[in-house]
Design a protein around this ligand. Sequence first.
Ligand SMILES: NC(=O)c1ccc[n+]([C@@H]2O[C@H](COP(=O)([O-])OP(=O)(O)OC[C@H]3O[C@@H](n4cnc5c(N)ncnc54)[C@H](O)[C@@H]3O)[C@@H](O)[C@H]2O)c1
Length: 356
Amino acid sequence: MKIESKIKNYYVEMLDNVLDKPNQIFLDLKYDKLFFFIDEKVYNIYKKRIDVFKKDNNFILINAIEHNKEFNNLSNYYNVLIENNFTRKDILVTIGGGILQDISGFIASTLYRGIKWIFIPTTLLSQADSCIGSKTSINFEDGKNLIGSFYPPDKIFIDVNFCSTLTYEYFNSGLGEIIKFHILSDQKRYKILKEYLSSNDLKSGSSFKNIIMSTLEIKKSYFESDEFDSGRRNLLNYGHCFGHALESASDFKISHGEAVIVGMGFANLLSLKRGIITKEKYLEFEEIFKKHYPKFDFSEINVDDIVYYLKRDKKRDGKKLTMILAEDIGKHYKYNDIKEEEVKQVYAEFTKFYLK
Ligand SMILES: NC(=O)c1ccc[n+]([C@@H]2O[C@H](COP(=O)([O-])OP(=O)(O)OC[C@H]3O[C@@H](n4cnc5c(N)ncnc54)[C@H](O)[C@@H]3O)[C@@H](O)[C@H]2O)c1
């Protein structure tokens, strides 16, 4: 897949057993040396193959926790590259999920005002969603993703086999975004989603690769016309306004995509209360979401914390709260008039009846 970007055009390729194919990746590239940022857990699982793939000692391991993509920690990553005499003729290679992607992307966009960067995503969320779209996001104090830039990798290689070692929680997290994109799309894509979700083995077979490609195609259609997120791309935040607040309020005990599933359920209930979605449609979507809500004790969450984080949402316009509400497949609208009281009332009902 070729992605047209105002920053630089880039490419996504599906490549099975990517770690055994360094020649296929690096042979046609011009560079002096490579440096690797590698997810620590991924390294421990795939150590032998990664060592052969990267050859030398030109790497660091990064623990994929939100704390490590905080602004205050960035100097560590710049330092290691500068100390290793990294120049603009070299390539940064990232092996990991969305956290490693955000760290690497921000560093790649700012070090020497932009360096070459290859990304090998290893989580379902990073393969089906975050790897394209050029966004890099860094946490600042207690605000998630408050600092960032637009900077895509030069090339992305997706090896779906990495997903076989993901925990239930992180596989489900990727499914959250896959579900969101297909609901935002059209009836044809929605049918593809429903067929995929009803298959016996979600992690293998051609339907797995197809659903990842389908998700990337939908995302591409949203951002190629609005790369810098000023219009239609905003709708991709369906499930995210509440989802981000929930991630923060739970101190990141809930994964990103799982928080998005809860966020879509919440947005839909609010849409039902406002008469935007019919009861029938509401129940149809709830049937999908409820199979993927995270196993989490929601009594741990204080709704005042949710409101606090909703107020800090960087997408907020105006004085009231912002949320993407749903009417049907592909019919989603941004509302800037959500009241605190409304959030509290819907939250009480949502946690009582739906998130049991
Ligand atoms: N920049 C963007 O466009 C964008 C979009 C969506 C999300 N994000 C960010 O991405 C982050 C979430 O990323 P994520 O969900 O991809 O996961 P992650 O990077 O947080 O990793 C999740 C967990 O899975 C482990 N892991 C990674 N690959 C593995 C594998 N193949 N086998 C076993 N374990 C593996 C990691 O070590 C970690 O423990 C959040 O910080 C979110 O804000 C960024």
